[in-house]
Design a protein around this ligand. Structure first.
Ligand SMILES: [Zn+2]
Length: 113
């Protein structure tokens, strides 16, 4: 998938058909907090048909924050554990954008969404 102007590839998130992977991505980015389905928000996990709602709402996550995922993959490929990778990414641009995204989600939830 390209973003239309061909400048760079987007993250592979929306291209996968593995429902478990999509679900994990949904949890990592707290997509359930954006989801209008009560069941998802109660479960703190998107449970719509075939991850439909994760796929629908994922584009609301800023691209800089979504770049956290390929960064995570890269570190995992280097043999880092999840926690080690988190620590490595933390101070990078994707790490900061990812943290900022979680702050945004928190603020939205405080507003009673
Ligand atoms: Zn949902």
């Amino acid at each position: 998938m390209t973003n239309g102007n061909g400048s760079h590839p987007t993250t592979p998130i929306c291209d996968t058909n593995d429902p478990r992977f999509v679900s994990t991505v949904g949890k990592l980015f707290e997509i359930w907090a954006l989801c209008p389905r009560d069941a998802c928000r109660r479960a703190r996990e998107c449970r719509g048909d075939n991850n439909e709602c994760v796929r629908t709402y994922l584009p609301l996550v800023p691209e800089a924050a979504r770049m956290w995922l390929p960064a995570m993959f890269w570190w995992r490929e280097q043999g880092a554990t999840f926690d080690e990778a988190l620590a490595k990414i933390e101070n990078s641009e994707p790490g900061k954008a990812f943290a900022a995204w979680h702050e945004t989600v928190k603020a939205m939830r405080r507003k009673g969404r």
